[in-house]
Write a protein that binds this ligand. Structure first.
Ligand code: F0G
Length: 463
């Protein structure tokens, strides 16, 4: 693994042309704001947040080239110049002839999976992202995750912990019957499993299994540039490939590509669906017209398509990707050096802290992850999200909590937004966390909706 450069200063390969002021607040102010938000950071106002690590989706900064593109956007309803630009860039990247623009990733998912899915169908993935699973289950299909074994060990120092479990894939196809498998979906990088990468070898083997059984392979690849970085630096044979060549090879094994462009598209809004098969593309285009917009803009304005066409090229720049992956690792490696338990190795877009290990005095049913999320906000105005039993917990018939597999907190890093001094500030706040962790209190839920409770639940500290 990349041993050199560890813990070294990393200089941003850009300079700042426009600034967005951040409000500096006091601890008392933040205590009040958090109380008003029911101790749920999703309900905070962003103006009360100093460092926003809630998500890396749609929160990045565009370049001067992209902003110039915004001015050049062609807003014609049909056949716009900006569409032609985007289509050419996406065809070159994917090698696929049918390109559908959507307003964000889940719209592409809804279109594709509503056509492929239905009662009795099965989708298999290394790990389905929440919206992917929801769109599949909404059609009456089943979504099954089969992460490779090493992926569930938070500490194993291995290169590709986002891989799919190939033996289980074969078993599942045999058990369910190949005619019932609607698709295999590869999520690269594997967001719900620590942002860990998938190897080219694993993708190629999956392709072989799909070919042997006549099954469609879909790449859910909103972080494909980040995954390409890991392949070049961790998988032999790719040292001299460009990041774009690696991404092109990944996509060459796919029948379809679904992308939330809000990540590696380097834009604030947008999505893509691309296909190899004409008959499937006609069905998808019909759905696109009904629910998103005409085929040459989907859910996007001309200026959005222009900015995306430029972003999809910028993202493969050597200096940018090195900065991106190393700066995420900088935060994770420094946290680990301080003794904060983090999911290891550090993934591409986020650092995941193991709150169960850190807040040993808080029992699981008092949500240690939420306690850390609240402490980070109160101490530093840092907003992040619990990925544990608040998000995934269920209840048994007696109303007792069935906890999630892990109690993690995700610090997702927006692209090109924060400088190293912001990150150093976050590291300082973790010193405060280490100091207060044994005195910190747990939380109880006072209100929760029936589905996806973490977005709107209200909690209160147990004192
Ligand atoms: N697939 C993956 C792997 C994702 O990470 C996301 C979004 C989507 C699909 C859906 O795309 O939001 O544009 O509709 N992930 C965000 C996150 C929300 O915070 O990880 P979308």
């Amino acid at each position: 693994m990349e041993k050199k450069n560890k813990l070294r200063t990393l200089t941003e390969p850009f300079k700042i042309k426009m600034v967005e002021p951040l409000k500096v607040t006091t601890e008392e102010y933040r205590e009040e704001a958090l109380k008003e938000a029911g101790y749920n950071p999703f309900l905070l106002r962003s103006k009360d947040v100093f460092i926003d690590f809630l998500t890396d989706s749609g929160t990045g900064a565009m370049s001067d080239q992209q902003w110039s593109g915004i001015m050049m956007g062609d807003e014609s309803y049909a056949g716009s110049r900006s569409w032609e630009h985007l289509e050419a860039v996406v065809m070159d990247l994917t090698g696929m002839p049918y390109v559908l623009p959507t307003h964000q990733g889940r719209a592409a998912e809804r279109i594709l999976y509503s056509i492929l899915g239905g009662t009795g169908k099965v989708f298999i993935s290394n790990t389905h992202f929440d919206t992917t699973r929801a769109n599949i289950e909404y059609t009456g299909s089943t979504a099954i995750d089969i992460l490779c074994e090493e992926g569930s060990d938070n500490q194993a120092d291995l290169r590709f912990k986002g891989n799919i479990h190939l033996d289980k894939l074969k078993e599942l196809i045999a058990q369910n019957g190949k005619e019932n498998i609607a698709a295999v979906i590869m999520t690269v990088t594997n967001n719900s499993s620590g942002g860990q990468p998938v190897s080219m070898e694993n993708i190629k083997e999956t392709r072989k299994i799909c070919d042997a059984n006549g099954i469609l392979l879909v790449m859910d690849a909103c972080r494909i540039a980040e995954n390409s970085y890991f392949i070049r630096h961790r998988e032999s044979g790719y040292e001299h490939h460009s990041y774009k060549q690696i991404a092109q090879e990944i996509l060459s094994y796919a029948d379809a590509f679904v992308m939330s462009s809000k990540k590696d598209g380097l834009v604030n809004m947008g999505g893509l669906l691309t296909l190899r098969d004409e008959a499937l593309s006609i069905k998808c285009k019909n759905m696109l017209i009904i629910s998103e917009g005409f085929t040459t803009y989907g859910g996007l304005s001309g200026r959005d398509m222009e900015a995306l066409a430029i972003g999809l090229q910028e993202v493969f720049d050597d200096d940018y990707l090195h900065y991106r992956i190393r700066s995420t690792a900088y935060l994770g490696e420094h946290l680990r050096a301080k003794g904060i338990p983090v999911v290891w190795p550090i993934g591409g877009h986020a650092v995941y802290v193991d709150a169960k290990q850190l807040y040993k005095n808080i029992p699981i049913h008092q949500y240690p992850g939420q306690a850390l999320v609240c402490d980070l906000y109160i101490k530093g105005g840092i907003r992040c999200v619990e990925v544990g039993s608040v998000m995934f917990g269920k209840y048994d018939e007696k109303g007792a909590l069935i906890p999630a597999a892990n109690e993690l907190v995700r610090l997702a890093i927006p692209r090109r937004v924060y400088t190293q001094s912001h990150i150093d500030f976050v590291l300082d706040i973790f010193d405060d966390i280490l100091e207060l962790k044994d005195r910190s209190t747990g939380y109880e839920i006072t209100y929760e909706p029936p589905f996806l409770r973490h977005f709107t639940a209200k909690l209160k500290p147990i004192v």
